[in-house]
Design a protein around this ligand. Structure first.
Ligand SMILES: *Cc1c(COP(=O)(O)O)cnc(C)c1O
Length: 306
């Protein structure tokens, strides 16, 4: 089907969907009678990998249908979501605006992540942390739009991390692709949007296991809230294991680095460090603790690339 005039032609970007699912040999799992599969969402698209494609695609379609040609979104200085949004803008000919947490960043050279956003044509608006915290308030958003000389009717606003109801629907397709393939599906969680959709898309008897990369109890409520917005009610069989944050967002330890290097070398894939490494570490630890009965098949979602 050709898209209506003015709509971004997502199919022209040739996403690799459904993403590949591969069985790997890993004695740390085999020893416990657990089969390990890798769901290679990192291979969906080189510039819009993993859950970023799944969450952005329905937003890009909705923006086009509403005739909104500017995408505005939010993120920290190293946000994968900002980078993916900027790339989508360049590839599809949409204007993008990134509201970045931290006024002080405006006076420094751009870090490599923000430099990439900027090179892709994203306009960066640096915002002080107090304002950034209040970014979902209509008055704050309206001031941002005015300062950027944007008309609200031209702008499709995507929340931080890209997680809204549309995004959750996009991630439900991930669950649907995994129906009948695994008993447990493991995924790393930032905002929880991916888990919210994944859990809704899985089939009966399958459960989703989320590994938050930051501490705090906000995430369960967020996921339920997103599921209510997207699907009408909390849905699916899912839970979180918060033991593997390694000190918080973008934090790491020598043990985590060693694990990630080794996992990548064993199985021939680049292990993304902010999210994927923590999920794989947690999943391996749980398996070694005997958390999964013999005969369990576990699928680990590789949500992104380094
Ligand atoms: C953004 C990101 C996540 C977090 O996804 P949420 O939907 O915010 O929970 C996980 N993994 C990778 C690789 C990411 O880039």
């Amino acid at each position: 089907m050709t898209p209506p005039p003015g709509a971004p032609d997502l199919a022209a970007l040739r996403p690799r969907l459904p993403s590949p699912l591969t069985a790997v040999e890993d004695e740390r799992f085999a020893r416990h009678g657990v089969r390990l599969l890798l769901k290679r969402d990192d291979l969906i698209h080189p510039e819009l990998p993993g859950n970023k494609w799944r969450k952005l695609a329905p937003n890009l379609r909705a923006a086009a249908e509403a005739g909104r040609h500017t995408l505005l979104t939010f993120g920290g200085a190293y946000s994968n979501h900002l980078r993916a949004t900027a790339a989508a803008g360049r590839l599809l000919g949409l204007a993008t605006v990134g509201v970045v947490r931290g006024q002080e960043l405006a006076d420094r050279p751009l870090n490599p992540s923000l430099a990439r956003c900027s090179a892709d044509g994203m306009r960066l608006l640096f915002t002080d942390r107090a304002t950034y915290r209040r970014k979902t308030e209509p008055a704050v958003l309206s001031t941002l739009l005015t300062e950027a000389a944007l008309r609200p009717e031209d702008v499709h606003v995507v929340p931080e991390g890209g997680s809204n109801a549309l995004a959750a629907h996009g991630c439900a397709a991930l669950g649907e692709e995994l129906r009948g393939t695994a008993d447990v599906v493991a995924v790393a969680c930032g905002t929880g949007g991916t888990l919210a959709g994944l859990a809704a898309g899985l089939g009966p008897g399958q459960r989703a296991l989320g590994f938050p990369v930051v501490g705090g109890d906000f995430l369960e409520g967020e996921i339920r809230h997103l599921q209510r917005a997207a699907f009408g009610a909390p849905t699916g069989d899912w839970h979180l294991d918060g033991r593997f944050t390694f000190g918080g967002y973008a934090r790491t330890t020598p043990a985590l680095d060693t694990f990630a290097e080794d996992f990548g070398a064993r199985h021939g894939l680049p292990v993304e460090r902010l999210y994927v490494a923590k999920m794989l570490y947690g999943l391996t630890a749980l398996t070694e603790e005997g958390a999964f009965p013999e005969g369990t098949t576990v699928a680990a979602v590789i949500t992104g690339a380094p």
